[in-house]
Design a protein around this ligand. Sequence first.
Ligand code: PPS
Length: 262
Amino acid sequence: MRSNLSRGWEIIRGRQLGRNVQVFNSDIFIVSYPKSGNTWTKFLIANLISITDVNFNNIDTIIPNIYRNKDKELIKKKQPRFLKSHEYFNPKYKKVIYIARDPRDVAVSYYYYSIKLKFIEKDVKLHDFVAKFLNGNVDCFGSWQENVGSWLGAREKNENFLFLKYEDMLSNTLGELNKISDFLSMNKSIQELNECVEKSSFENMRKLELQNDFESVKSSNNEGLYFMRSGKSGEWREALDKKDSDLIEKQWGDLMKKIGYL
Ligand code: PPS
C-alpha cells in the first residue's frame, strides 16, 4: 500500500513544489495537516479579500496552493501573498493561520480522499490506512502529531501565529472568522463576515464543487466521492473500529489532550 498511497505526493515533490517554493517575509500562510479544513479556511479568507465570487476554479488564483502552482507563477503574485500549505514547521513562514482537526476524523476523511484520488486501491481497509496514518507514512508532511505539534511547539504564543480548530469553525464559524479578520487587521463588519460565512458554507461549496466539476467529481472514475464529503465532527465514532481509535488516542493522547480532543 505504501507506494500507491504516497505516489500522489511524490509526483508533487518531483516537480519541486511545496517545501521548495520561495518564501517572502510578507507571505501569509494557511497551514494544516491534510483534511483538516484548509480549503474551507481558504474560501472564508478569499471571500473576505476578493471582489469576485469565489469558486473552485478561481480559488487557487486568489490563494495559491503551493502544491499546484509553480514557483515562477507564485513569484509574480502581488504581495502580501496568501498561500496554502500542508508543511510541518517551516521557520521561513512568518505569519501563519494554522488549522487542526481531531486526528480520528482526519483519518476517516483522508481515507476516503485517498480512495477518491486513487492514492490507495478502493479495497484497502480503513484499519490498514489507520496503521499507515499512525506511522506518518501516508504523505510527506510528517505524522498528524509531528505536523500539529511542530507548529504549536515552535509558535504557540507568537503574535503572528493564529491557531484554529476545525471543530470550533463548525460550531461558531462567524466567531472564528472574526478571529481571522482581527489577525489580518481587516476591520470587517459583522454583516460582511456573515456574508463570507454564508458563501463558504458546506452546502454552497458542495454546489460549487459540482458546478466546477472540481477534481472531476462528476466523473464515474472517482468512486462517487466528493471533496466536500461529509463536513462533520465526531464521525470517527461510527466509522473507526474501537481498537483503531484507541490506538490513535494512545499514540497521540498528550497532544490531543492539550488541544482539547480528549
Ligand atoms: S485538503 O485536501 O487536505 O486540502 O483538505 P482540507 O480542505 O484541509 O479538508 C477537507 C475537509 O474539510 C471539509 N470541509 C468543510 N467542512 C465544513 N464546512 C465547510 N464549508 C467545509 N469545506 C470543506 C471537507 O468536507 C473535508 O472533510 P470530510 O470529513 O472529508 O467531509
